[in-house]
Write a protein that binds this ligand. Structure first.
Ligand code: 5RP
Length: 219
């Protein structure tokens, strides 16, 4: 099975966690796009939807959903999103699509965070995927110097502006043996908006699409 079909099957498996009357938070990326395409099938179960990016909002609207703001819904039921990497403790790297800040906010406000991935993304140690950091543009060079001191190789995602008007640095060559510690350390650098390590904000349930169906891991 190719990666797209694995992503699609993980997205389909997430649908069964949506119960009648729930408000659903929707992440960003190709895996979540499969979910958005399936959501109309259970439209009558869904109370409201909130979205982590302009791209997902547009797709949700194209499928007939009215997207609420997080301020309108408050704490809510379930957040479903993809990831770039996960370890077995359900700690993640996210932000390949550049939506990491709003994704972390939506994950934090949800009572349950379900992460959907294909099996190539399950890793022993985070860091093979370059770690995205959303940064204030004026602090970009300073933050890059900090990351060099932490033995990472920062590459500016040139030409990309986040939905919040900021820049992304992708940090290559990091071996993230202690995700919680590294998340806290990078978040302390002034000018960092969000680091793409979701360890303090790990997933509650991981659905992994593979050749033999969808495997579920819980924390
Ligand atoms: C976007 C993300 C995505 O969840 C992550 O990049 C995975 O994307 P895809 O589902 O396209 O593989 O964090 O900011």
């Amino acid at each position: 099975m190719d990666a797209s079909n694995k992503k699609r099957s993980a997205a389909k498996a997430a649908m069964k966690f949506i119960e009648p009357g729930m408000t659903v938070g929707v992440g960003t990326g190709s895996t979540v796009n499969f979910l958005i395409e399936m959501l109309p099938e259970i439209r009558n179960k869904i109370n409201r939807v909130v979205s982590s990016s302009k791209a997902s909002t547009s797709l949700l609207e194209a499928h007939g959903f009215t997207v609420s703001t997080l301020n309108e819904v408050g704490d809510y039921d379930i957040y479903i999103d993809g990831a770039d990497e996960s370890n077995k403790r359900l700690q993640l790297i996210k932000g390949g699509g550049g939506a990491l800040t709003r994704e972390k906010v939506l994950a934090c406000a949800a009572r349950r965070f379900i992460c959907i991935i294909d099996d190539t993304k399950l890793v022993r140690m985070l860091g093979g995927f370059p770690l995205p950091i959303e940064v204030l543009p004026m602090a970009q060079a300073m933050i890059a110097r900090h990351m060099l001191k932490m033995r990472g190789q920062p590459i500016w995602r040139e030409g990309f502006i986040t939905d919040n008007g900021n820049h992304i640095l992708d940090i290559h060559d990091l071996q993230i043996s202690n995700p919680l510690e590294m998340e806290a350390r990078i978040n302390k650098i002034p000018g960092v908006v969000t680091v793409g390590i979701f360890a303090d904000q790990a997933a509650d349930i991981l659905l992994i699409g593979g050749d033999d169906g969808v495997k579920e891991i819980r924390t």
